[in-house]
Write a protein that binds this ligand. Structure first.
Ligand SMILES: [Zn+2]
Length: 283
């Protein structure tokens, strides 16, 4: 199974967003008030070449994000805490073409969640089945969704994702999973916290697993330190999701790939698994 990490431009966020300050809802206040910025971070989407068809995971951001008024100016998150840089040729559509992957080759688009930098490339997939967790679709839709920071007026008018309904079906420490492929080697894993319907995609490569973990943390190092971000509405959920990922990686060698870690593509290319020593809590 070939897995591609596709970088669709860069994003900078406040440092208190990448590494949450304080607890609960106050984290968001720190995120918005912080005047320190991260360096431009990659915005990754992924493509898995599978015998069932290509599985695209997230769609990255669109070059249109640079247009004035693309994001609502009244929204504090877009006004104060995020900046993005994307060129048209960096969008996911042209990059899939470069890889020799045509529109008709894509069997599913799986959305880890619906934040703008994951959903900006949706317009490249008008005829593909798009999957998102049911609670994510509900949370991100309508006027409430816009207030919560999902610029859903920018979604394509035809956007009508297939809801993924997670029921109890455990895979190791993950209590809610859905097998996606007929061979059972690609599994959707519910990882709520960063957003209510946040999920990961777990790929079984035999001797190791690859976890496309969305925004479960902004880097691998932050996962190992158990640091949650400064925006997720459910801090406890984020911690629990991170604990489960670490528990899974203790039992199975796992390559941990998140959307904004500068090391993601190197880790994928080298199949660099989460260090076992780092996963064992110090006594
Ligand atoms: Zn996100």
């Amino acid at each position: 199974m070939k897995i591609h990490a596709i970088q669709t431009g860069t994003v900078a966020i406040t440092t208190a967003w990448r590494e949450g300050v304080g607890h609960g809802r106050r984290r968001l206040v720190h995120t918005l008030a912080d005047r320190n910025w991260t360096e431009p971070l990659p915005i990754y989407a992924f493509a898995i070449e599978h015998s069932d068809g290509v599985i695209v995971v997230d769609t990255g951001e669109t070059a249109r994000a640079a247009e004035p008024g693309y994001f609502p100016r009244w929204h504090p998150v877009f006004r104060l805490a995020v900046r993005e840089w994307i060129e048209p040729e960096q969008e996911i559509g042209p990059q899939l073409e470069q890889l020799g992957i045509g529109r008709a080759d894509v069997r599913w688009v799986v959305m880890t969640h619906l934040h703008t930098d994951h959903a900006g490339g949706l317009h490249h997939f008008p005829n593909t089945e798009i999957l998102a967790a049911r609670p994510e679709i509900e949370y991100a839709s309508g006027l409430r969704g816009r207030v919560r920071g999902y610029p859903n007026a920018r979604w394509p008018s035809w956007f009508d994702p297939t809801p993924v309904n997670f029921a109890p079906d455990s895979l190791g420490p993950f209590p809610h999973t859905v097998r996606l492929t007929t061979a059972g080697d690609v599994t959707l894993v519910s990882l709520p916290g960063h957003s209510p319907g946040h999920m990961g995609v777990l790929i079984d490569e035999g001797e190791r697993s690859v976890l496309l973990a969305g925004d479960s943390s902004y880097t691998e190092e932050l996962l190992l330190r158990g640091v949650v971000d400064g925006v997720g509405p459910d801090e406890r959920g984020e911690r629990l999701a991170q604990e489960r990922i670490r528990a899974y990686a203790r039992a199975h060698p796992t390559v941990y790939l998140v959307a904004h870690d500068p090391q993601t593509s190197v880790r994928l290319a080298e199949r660099r698994v989460l260090g076992q020593s780092a996963l064992t809590p110090a006594a």
